[in-house]
Write a new protein. Structure first.
Length: 247
C-alpha cells in the first residue's frame, strides 16, 4: 500500500503480552486476509514509527489510569492500571488519528482509544452500576465464550462489518466507556432493561471516511465459531484488513 508516497506494508499492534497476540490476534488477522508484516510493540522498547504502518491495532489488557481523563479522579480500589501501556499507546493513537490511519481497538483498546481522543471511562462497572462482577468479567483469553448480547446502531460502520444489529459477544472487562470522545460516536450497547442500564460496547469515528472502530469484546476469540457470533467477529477483522489495503 502506498500512502503519501511511502510504502506502508506493516501493521502495528500494541500489547503487554506478545504470546497472547501470537496465539489469538495474529491468527485472526491472517484469517481475515492480512499477509503483510505485523510489528508488535509493548512497553519497554521504542515503538516502530507510524510512517511505515498501514494501521494500528490496540489489543486488550489491564486498565487505564484515570489521570488521563481527569487529574482529580482518584484511582478506584479495583483498578489495575497499566501505566507503561498508557504512555505507549496514547501518543500513538493521537499520531495515528492525525495521520488518518485505520485503527481498531479491542477491549482495553476501545477504552484507551476513547481516552486518547478526549473521552472518559467508568473505572469499575460493578461499583458504578451495581452489576455482579461475572456479568462482564468471565472466561479467559483461550475461550470462545458467549457472555451477553449487544445492540448495534443501524447504519453504522460496525453494523455493516458485523452484518447484524444484534450479536452475542464474550466479555472480559470491568472498566467501560463513559463519556464518548467528541470525534467518536457510540454504536453498540449492552442493555439491561431490568435495571434501566445501558453501557457503551462499541464506538466509531463520526467521520465516515475514517476507519476508526473500537469494540469492548474480543472478536479474535470468536472468529473460528461457525454461528452468527463467529461471522460477526470475522467481519470486524475483514473490514479492518480491507481498510489497511488488504495486504
Amino acid at each position: 500500500m502506498i500512502l503519501h508516497g511511502v510504502d506502508v506494508s506493516s501493521l502495528l499492534v500494541t500489547c503487554q503480552n506478545k504470546s497472547a497476540v501470537a496465539r489469538t490476534y495474529i491468527p485472526a488477522l491472517r484469517m481475515a486476509g492480512w499477509t503483510g508484516e505485523i510489528l508488535v510493540a509493548s512497553p519497554g522498547a521504542p515503538a516502530p514509527p507510524l510512517e511505515v504502518a498501514a494501521g494500528l491495532l490496540l489489543t486488550g489488557g489491564y486498565d487505564i489510569h484515570p489521570r488521563h481523563w481527569d487529574e482529580l479522579e482518584l484511582l478506584h480500589p479495583a483498578a489495575e492500571p497499566d501505566e507503561p501501556r498508557d504512555e505507549l499507546e496514547i501518543p500513538l493513537i493521537r499520531e495515528a488519528w492525525k495521520r488518518g490511519l485505520p485503527i481498531l481497538g479491542i477491549c482495553r483498546g476501545v477504552q484507551v482509544l476513547n481516552v486518547a481522543l478526549g473521552g472518559s471511562l467508568i473505572q469499575d462497572i460493578p461499583d458504578h452500576c451495581g452489576l455482579a462482577p461475572g456479568v462482564h468479567m468471565r472466561g479467559n483469553v483461550e475461550e470462545a465464550d458467549e457472555a451477553h448480547a449487544v445492540a448495534v446502531a443501524p447504519g453504522s460502520r460496525l453494523a455493516a462489518l458485523m452484518g447484524s444489529l444484534v450479536a452475542t459477544v464474550n466479555s472480559r472487562h470491568h472498566q467501560a466507556v463513559l463519556q464518548v470522545a467528541p470525534c467518536l460516536r457510540p454504536v453498540a450497547w449492552y442493555r439491561d432493561p431490568d435495571r434501566d442500564l445501558e453501557l457503551v460496547e462499541g464506538v466509531e469515528a463520526t467521520d465516515p471516511d475514517r476507519f476508526v472502530v473500537g469494540v469492548q469484546w474480543h472478536p479474535e476469540n470468536l472468529v473460528a465459531m461457525g454461528n452468527g457470533t463467529g461471522s460477526a467477529a470475522r467481519g470486524i477483522y475483514r473490514g479492518f484488513v480491507k481498510a489497511l489495503g488488504g495486504r
